[in-house]
Design a protein around this ligand. Structure first.
Ligand SMILES: [Fe+2]
Length: 438
């Protein structure tokens, strides 16, 4: 892409992203914007001004070298200084002020986009800092969508039902991925974040992986078989959490005496059996995998299934190839506010035959969030490095709430194993028996 095309692309991405942020914050009234809908989340008005604050810090001040617009609010919107539960007590900008602030910042950013050389300095090469800010806002759009899911009251967001695949019933339950090395991570994707880098060779043994994520119907069989009452299926930490939090079903499910219902952005509806299960924790995913005699995939296995093309030996950008995600490939970008039914998006299929690796639900892996060999923090330690360690599990693939700009075959998400307000699901894997390999 030439420099002028790159500038036009950045401008489009910034504008498109802001339209989504506006939908998420204009669809509720001011009282709703400043309220805390769950101690796990910030008030929506915090997310909005925080997006502007990060954009001011990185683009206006650092890349643009311009004077600060609102240095007085830096501290309020520093995610490391105030826990989410404490944010409503801060003297935050009100809804009108927050909208005006993000608009002022954005005007300055469009000015500087026209005159900033997009090369010669690592922060601006390939428009990296702009891409980082687009992804940051998109990540907050997904967080704000999770806040909408936690909010009580009538529906305010609209969506249409996702597509269904004609061949869903004939798909195999699992596909075999042959052992060998593949290239994991990336050194070339211009907007990849530090934790996705660098590209490096990894050996993975033969494994089977589920063709699609585990569905609500599958998960209800685990529940009906006493899955929540059998400690032997759970890890020690998982069982302790299951008891403490009194878990008995995915979050947002309730039983009406006859059947399971779910609350989805204000709609209460029967749980659809053929959709991937969502709003489950790592511990629940692991207990299910034990129940069915499988395990969660490692992060390495997940990425090999998603990217390795055995015909060429190359790692693809996405399961379907190197082209950017389109609506025919994956359920991304908040077009559909639910996962697509099992087997959807045949055009998004990976070379191994697995589907729905990108979009629909974030997939828990069994792997702790750790740096790749050769990792170096960029542009700041707080993006990834401070989170590395055994406290966080890696999730892969993005959800229906994730924007294409914030999701690649190499993209890594991480969270605590107890979390389930996020759009999290899973698929299982297993090691083949010798007679299966032939
Ligand atoms: Fe943030």
């Amino acid at each position: 892409m030439g420099i002028e095309d790159l500038r036009a692309h950045v401008a489009d991405e910034l504008a498109r992203t802001r339209r989504r942020s506006a939908v998420l914050t204009d669809s509720v009234d001011d009282e709703d914007l400043v309220r805390q809908h769950s101690p796990l989340m910030s008030p929506l008005v915090w997310d909005l001004a925080h997006v502007g604050s990060q954009e001011e810090l990185w683009l206006v001040r650092d890349v643009g070298g311009a004077e600060a617009i609102r240095p007085d609010i830096d501290d309020l919107y520093d995610a490391f200084k105030h826990a989410r539960k404490d944010r409503p007590e801060l003297p935050l900008l009100g809804p009108e002020e927050a909208r005006e602030y993000v608009g002022t910042v954005r005007d300055k950013v469009f000015d500087l986009l026209d005159r900033t050389p997009l090369e010669g300095r690592r922060l601006v090469d390939g428009a990296f800092a702009f891409g980082m800010i687009v992804q940051h806002e998109q990540q907050h759009d997904e967080t704000m969508l999770a806040t909408h899911q936690l909010r009580r009251g009538a529906p305010v967001l609209t969506d249409e039902a996702p597509p269904r695949a004609a061949d869903a019933d004939s798909l195999p339950a699992e596909v075999l991925v042959r052992g060998g090395t593949f290239v994991m991570g990336t050194s070339t994707e211009p907007w990849a974040l530090d934790n996705e880098r660098p590209a490096h060779e990894v050996h993975v043994d033969d494994f089977w992986i589920d063709t699609t994520p585990v569905t609500n119907g599958d998960y209800q069989r685990f529940m009906a078989d006493g899955g929540y009452d059998r400690p032997e299926l759970w890890s020690a930490d998982g069982w302790a959490h299951r008891l403490h939090a009194k878990l008995r079903a995915p979050r947002f499910w309730e039983h009406d005496g006859q059947r399971w219902l779910r609350r989805r952005f204000g709609h209460v509806e029967p749980v659809p059996a053929d959709e991937p299960v969502v709003h489950v924790s790592f511990h629940e995913a692991q207990a299910y995998a034990n129940w069915i005699g499988k395990r969660l995939p490692t992060e390495q296995e997940w990425e090999k299934a998603a990217r390795h093309d055995p015909r060429t030996g190359r790692s693809l950008r996405y399961p379907w190839g190197d082209g950017d995600p389109g609506p025919e490939h994956a359920n991304l970008g908040q077009r559909h506010l639910r996962p697509a039914p099992r087997g959807a998006y045949p055009e998004g299929e990976a070379p191994c035959g697995a589907r729905q690796l990108i979009g629909d639900v974030w997939e828990w892996t069994s792997t702790d969030f750790l740096p790749y060999p050769g990792f170096s923090a960029f542009p700041y330690r707080e993006y990834s490095e401070v989170f590395f360690g055994p406290d966080y599990k890696v999730l892969r693939g993005g959800s229906f709430g994730t924007d294409p700009a914030a999701c690649r075959g190499t993209f890594r998400n991480w969270d605590y194993p107890i979390r389930r307000q996020i759009f999290s699901g899973f698929r299982c894997a297993r090691t083949p028996r010798p007679e299966e390999l032939g």
